[in-house]
Design a binder for this molecule. Structure first.
Ligand SMILES: Nc1ncnc2c1ncn2[C@@H]1O[C@H](COP(=O)(O)OP(=O)(O)OP(=O)(O)O)[C@@H](O)[C@H]1O
Ligand SMILES: [Mg+2]
Length: 494
């Protein structure tokens, strides 16, 4: 098979911090190469070097046998390399069609944009992904999963020879993931070369032909997937053995902390349930089932139209996220880029944003020392990889941004913690750290609601699993009698 892409001895540093060191990577036609590695290992940076967004300090790259040097993303796109970005790269105020054809608008001879053709082609590519999304819809009105599908459609529409997918399944549930995998199979049989990045290790074994493993910026192993197992993969990624992936701690019996009764809100229809102090209640559901809407209705980001929320036996009037924080609810959004973190600001300002009152004297002065101590503790407890407490969030790797987002919700010391896809983009080692942390918080008596599309994770660490479909609760399972198949059946109840 022809070699499509060949990187040799690629190195890169950002202001003297070495991020990639002598990296080799090859992609053959008709192969899907998994690129694995912990958060911050350098995966996205390497992909951005291939596509000309970043420039390598040294090393060579051949594309279809020819030495190339791309100076920007446009050049790599024109040459035949497409990339699906980890942090979605869409413009929220523009339409689906405008985003798919951004930077290469179809124009007629008079220089007019051919809208009908943009519509038609957008529909065609979305249809490949079984998505019935209106090309004229504004991106901001779509769910994260739909946005992810648009980003994928955009990459497909370029008819590229090499397609890079940087954590494309991160925001998808099993159903869309399956659709994407079918498309990848087609591309593979057409002789395209693909690079696939995912922290869901099962997907690597399910989908990929080869695996390349980066650790701390060095390529430590590249081999056919058939020659490695999950333990071996993890060992190369983290450089040590990692025991049991889902540590489960049995919940002690405790009083009800959160009582939700007949809650009605945008996307939520008459939901009632109770959750105890010291309990992890998992929420399963397909994209659009209403889990995020439920979280937002409880937390105060969406105002309920009827129904009640009681916390520790007292009616809670929560009309805004500030009321939510005051009532003792912490919320980690699934959308850290748009809602979770201020990308252009430092870790410190992001983390103390919702908890500033904790570091204030009665007169309202900010106690900078207390703030620094508290934030440093979280950075250490979560092993957040950063060069300081004022490092700008946009420069952290994806998984480390996720950790900052969780730490931020804990600063005001909540009684109830709602985690919406908390391990999105988080590597195996860090996932373990987050599960341990969830267990610690649970042992300390926090009531935790866990919305997750990662089924093994839900089954692994929830005490109970509630299933949602079309805004309603359609199933409930105890830890010991939950299984993937029964949950999926409840997910698809109309
Ligand atoms: N523009 C930048 N300026 C400075 N440092 C950067 C920049 N981009 C990335 N880095 C650093 O380079 C390292 C590698 O980051 P990269 O995003 O490539 O990791 P990754 O393997 O994709 O991780 P993840 O799995 O979390 O997405 C990190 O330590 C990150 O902080
Ligand atoms: Mg990355």
């Amino acid at each position: 098979m022809a070699m499509l892409l060949e990187l040799r001895h690629v190195s890169k540093a950002f202001s003297n911090v070495r991020v990639l060191q002598g990296v080799d990577l090859t992609v053959e036609a008709g192969h899907v190469v998994a690129l694995a590695g912990e958060n911050g290992a350098g995966k996205s940076t390497l992909m951005k070097i291939i596509t000309g967004i970043y420039h390598r300090d040294s090393g060579t790259m051949k594309f279809q046998g020819k030495e190339v040097q791309f100076h920007n993303a446009r050049q790599s796109m024109d040459a035949g390399i497409a990339m699906i970005h980890q942090e979605l790269n869409l413009l929220p105020a523009l339409t689906v069609g405008e985003n798919i054809f951004l930077g290469r608008e179809l124009v007629n001879r008079a220089g007019r944009i051919k809208w009908s053709e943009i519509d038609e082609q957008s529909r065609f590519w979305l249809k490949q992904l079984k998505q019935d999304i209106d090309p004229r819809e504004v991106i901001a009105n779509l769910s994260i999963a739909q946005q992810q599908m648009v980003e994928i459609a955009r990459a497909l529409s370029m008819n590229a020879e090499v397609i890079i997918m940087d954590e494309p399944t991160d925001a998808l549930t099993d159903v869309e993931t399956k659709i994407l995998f079918d498309v990848v199979d087609q591309l593979r049989s057409q002789g395209k070369g693909l690079i696939f990045i995912s922290h869901r290790l099962g997907e690597i074994f399910q989908l990929c032909d080869d695996v390349a493993i980066l650790r701390d910026g060095e390529m430590v192993h590249q081999c056919p997937v058939s020659e490695i197992d999950q333990d071996g993969l993890i060992r190369h990624m983290v450089g040590r053995e990692l025991s049991e992936q889902y540590p489960y701690v049995t919940a002690k019996s405790a009083p009800v902390r959160l009582q939700v009764s007949q809650l009605e809100a945008k996307g939520v229809k008459g939901v009632s349930f109770a959750a105890n102090a010291g309990e992890v209640v998992g929420f399963a559901g397909l994209v659009g089932a209403g889990r995020t809407e439920l979280a937002k209705a409880i937390y105060g980001a969406n105002r309920p139209t009827s129904g009640t929320v009681e916390i520790d036996g007292q009616a809670a009037q929560i009309r805004s996220p500030i009321d939510g924080v005051r009532a003792g609810i912490g919320y980690v959004t699934e959308d850290r880029k748009l809602e979770g973190l201020i990308q252009s600001q430092g870790l410190r300002s992001n983390m103390s944003l919702t908890g500033l009152f904790q570091f204030s004297s009665p007169l309202g002065h900010l106690d900078k020392k207390a703030e620094r101590v508290a934030i440093t503790e979280y950075i250490n407890a979560f092993s957040i990889k950063t060069h300081g407490i004022d490092a700008v969030v946009s420069q952290l790797s994806g998984g480390n941004q996720q950790k900052v987002s969780i730490a931020k919700s804990l600063v005001p010391k909540p009684r109830i913690l709602i985690l919406d896809e908390p391990t999105r983009g988080v590597d195996v080692g860090a996932k373990r750290e987050i599960y341990n942390l969830i267990n610690d918080l649970k042992t300390q008596g926090l009531c935790i609601l866990l919305m997750s599309s990662d089924m093994p994770e839900l089954l692994g660490i929830s005490d109970r699993i509630l299933v949602m479909s079309h805004g309603r609760l359609t199933g409930a399972f105890e830890h010991n009698d939950a299984d993937q198949e029964s949950i999926m059946r409840c997910c698809t109840v109309a």
